[in-house]
Design a protein around this ligand. Structure first.
Ligand code: HEC
Length: 152
């Protein structure tokens, strides 16, 4: 292959690869969609091992569990600043209600953060049964917000 041809083929391949590995084209100057989604993924990653304990699949080790809740609590206030007034653009899954009903969206955040705080208190006491109940509170408040403010 002539050198020019090889260079061209390489450039085309690179363009194709970068398109494939970049599922989100974030057009916002502050990349708020990418940032909030990354935080929500961290929510899920933090919650999963706790769910395994709450469902009885993994053993309840109070110290370890408490550390996991502390991590979740640190995350729980973070995504909300990444929903600015100009933050509604494709390919977001957020419903327009996030922007048209800011008070209700704020209430859903507060309910969620209160549920994480309640889980923290339960984890500090360290009784599995109340930890399980508090875990239900957390997962329900994730779901409640998604129902009103996110397309599935
Ligand atoms: C106050 C509302 C609210 C709460 C509480 C909330 N979420 Fe979400 N979540 C959203 C919205 C809105 C989106 C859509 C973001 C977007 O696409 O712009 C979202 C998106 C997500 C996503 C998809 C991320 C992606 O890559 O597209 C995951 C996963 C997720 N949330 C998990 C959780 C978990 C787990 C919890 C609870 C521990 C939770 N969320 C609590 C509003 C909320």
């Amino acid at each position: 292959m002539p050198l020019k041809f090889r260079t061209l083929a390489c450039v085309l391949l690179c363009m194709c690869l970068s398109a494939c590995f970049e599922p989100i084209k974030d057009t916002h100057p502050d990349q708020v969609l990418t940032k909030r989604r990354a935080l929500f993924k961290q929510f899920t990653r933090a919650l999963e091992p706790m769910g395994l304990v709450a469902s009885g699949r993994n053993a309840y080790k109070p110290d370890e569990f408490l550390a996991m809740v502390q991590d979740l609590e640190k995350l729980s206030g973070k995504p909300w600043i990444y929903f600015p007034a100009d933050g509604n653009y494709p390919p977001t899954h957020a419903k327009p209600a996030v922007w048209s009903q800011p008070e209700a969206f704020k209430r859903a955040q507060d309910t969620y953060q209160a549920s994480v705080h309640a889980l923290l208190l339960a984890a500090q006491v360290g009784k599995l049964e109340s930890v399980q109940r508090a875990m239900d509170g957390v997962t329900n408040s994730c779901k409640a917000c998604h129902k009103d403010f996110r397309y599935e």
